[in-house]
Design a binder for this molecule. Structure first.
Ligand SMILES: [Zn+2]
Length: 295
């Protein structure tokens, strides 16, 4: 069975035709033009889907708080006006006439890593993705733990600094205001005047100022992870996002974690995500494959 998987992001729509062994047979990308609003974006997704053929199901990965059972967008930022309240499952099933699975992007990434990536063979783990914010998911018995309102796993908004920096969510002191890749790149730019990506920063650690800021950031990341490990006692933690791909980032976190962890919690394996920016798409494909046969 072939699946079409589409990742609806704030700037780009990424679509891949995927087979059962997670091979991406065909890939296309289109701009989201988020500002045009939900209806225009959803029509564009349908047009993109119709450029492919031979698939039997559609998997959608999208930012926002999603009810995966109904396919409704419970909450999304204003960057796609009118997206909150849209029902993606109903809309795409009607437009394309095939079963559709929809989930939040961080959940899809975790399912991608579980089905085909770093967490393959590990039904229980925590997944975190460090980018402009910090997304997360808790996987239990090979399934996402959703919580009572489909919003579990928002690890980025756990408070690590009481009364600290203002976060994008409007609250203060959230983990992502200190430990996201964006928090690091912004700090480096403020202190050095250089706009470097997370990956570039990891190549500039011979500069003592950059090294100092990176080292502080590693502490911020490790401190939040330690809290999560104390709470969930997970058998595995998978860390994604471009900043986690140079092996030294994970190594530095592993070296620093023991400082924050109680002795009996030490030694939890920390792995870098394996699927890069295809994790969301492949996770959505996996969720679509898992759909029951009848709608
Ligand atoms: Zn927050």
């Amino acid at each position: 069975m072939k699946i079409l998987a589409i990742d609806i992001g704030g700037t780009a729509l990424k679509a891949g035709l995927v087979d059962e062994s997670a091979q991406v047979l065909e890939f296309r990308e289109a701009p989201t033009f988020a500002g045009e609003g939900a209806d225009a974006v959803m029509e564009r997704v349908v047009r993109l889907a119709k450029e492919f053929c031979g698939y039997e199901r559609l998997g959608i990965s999208t930012a926002g708080q999603i009810n995966p059972h109904t396919g409704e967008v419970i909450l999304y930022t204003d960057s796609i006006p009118g997206y909150t309240g849209s029902n993606l499952k109903t809309y795409f099933e009607a437009a394309l006439g095939i079963p559709v699975a929809v989930d939040n992007d961080a959940n899809c990434m975790a399912m991608g890593e579980y089905a085909y990536g770093a967490a393959k063979g590990h039904p229980d783990f925590l997944s975190l993705v460090y980018g402009t914010g910090i997304g997360g998911a808790l996987v239990q018995n090979g399934r996402i733990y959703y919580g009572s309102r489909y919003s579990a796993g928002e690890f980025g908004h756990m408070v690590t600094h009481f009364g600290g920096r203002v976060c994008k969510c409007g609250k203060q002191g959230c983990y992502e205001a200190y430990a996201s890749a964006f928090a690091l790149t912004r700090l480096v730019e403020e202190r050095t005047g250089q706009a470097l990506s997370g990956r570039e920063i990891t190549k500039r650690l011979d500069d003592p100022v950059v090294e100092g800021l990176f080292s502080q950031w590693i502490d911020e990341v490790s401190c939040g992870l330690a809290s999560l490990i104390h709470i969930f006692d997970p058998p595995l933690v998978v860390l994604g996002g471009g900043i986690m791909s140079p092996p030294q980032t994970i190594r530095r976190i592993e070296n620093r974690l023991p400082h924050f962890l109680r002795e009996s919690y030490q030694g939890v394996p920390i792995l870098g995500a394996a699927l890069g920016n295809q994790a969301g798409m492949l996770g959505a494909a996996h969720l679509a494959m898992e759909l029951p046969n009848s709608r």
